[in-house]
Design a protein around this ligand. Structure first.
Ligand code: 3PY
Ligand code: MG
Length: 261
């Protein structure tokens, strides 16, 4: 059974202040991604940068998430743009690339995300073509629009290059990493994604993204921040991680069982 509408749901829905929520999966057992996909998330992100995921767990995770009817986003490791093409070939709907600090970084990312003439993505969408049920020619025509390229903004250099990154054909969205950004803006003094200067930067990034008609996305360590950002017009937020949700779920139940709540 083809899953075209499941995979294209990300590119079709993101933008215009869409306020989408994605799960964030660090654990490498694909059942975790599949289970979170059954909750009321709009997408599931599998993290290869800081999570325990490799290409095998991503491949299996995409299958579980797709069967649950949700699009999969994959965060690749820093500068590992070849993995962007690989996860798209395996059926990812979008890719988040960390530490995009310059126009040159963004161009390198796009070259692996989009087929010519926009980029240089090599042909071989084996699983993606099968999952979407498209002909090869249809995938060639529609593949670029379906593959959402999301560049992370999480350094001073990235903020300085923001307009150049956003102006690039093939960059569909930017994604703020508020922890790294908080470290950068404090010159390494502390990590505090809720600090006022980080929130100001989040507002700035969203305004510039929308001025370029691109989507604004963010990692939100707390659901309250995600709610605030959605109200402001953010297009996609990750709320916490599978680790944090597992621990907080257990803690809440233990507190009840021990009579502390
Ligand atoms: C950051 O906050 O730096 C991130 O990369 C979020 O995952
Ligand atoms: Mg980061």
């Amino acid at each position: 059974m083809p899953h075209l509408s499941t995979i294209s749901a990300l590119s079709n829905r993101i933008g215009g202040g869409s306020g989408l929520l994605t799960a964030w999966v660090c654990m490498s057992d694909p059942i975790i991604a599949g289970q979170l996909a059954l909750e009321d998330f709009d997408a599931v992100t599998i993290d290869m940068q800081h999570g325990a995921n490799d290409i095998t767990s991503v491949r299996l995770g995409i299958s579980h998430v797709t069967l649950a009817g949700k699009p999969t986003i994959v965060r690749i490791p820093v500068n590992d743009f070849a993995s962007a093409s690989r996860v798209l070939d395996l059926g990812a709907a979008g890719v988040i690339a960390p530490m995009i600090n310059s126009k040159a970084d963004a161009e390198a990312f796009v070259s692996f995300m989009k087929f010519p003439p926009v980029g240089q993505r090599s042909w071989g969408p084996t699983v993606a073509v099968a999952l979407t049920g498209q002909s090869l020619d249809d995938y060639l025509v529609k593949g670029n629009a379906m593959a959402v390229a999301i560049a992370m903004i999480e350094t001073r250099e990235a903020l300085a290059a923001l307009d150049d990154i956003l102006a690039l054909d093939g960059i569909d969205a930017v994604f703020v990493g508020p922890s790294d950004l908080s470290i950068a803006l404090s010159n390494g003094a502390n990590v505090n994604p809720g600090r006022a200067d980080v929130i100001d930067a989040l507002d700035h990034v969203m305004k510039r993204a929308h001025a370029h008609k691109k989507a604004a996305c963010c990692f939100a360590p707390s659901p309250t921040l995600a709610k605030d950002l959605a109200k402001k017009g953010y297009d996609l937020m990750a709320i916490g991680t599978d680790f944090s949700q597992l621990r907080s779920g257990a803690r809440a139940q233990i507190d009840i069982a021990r009579g502390r709540a």
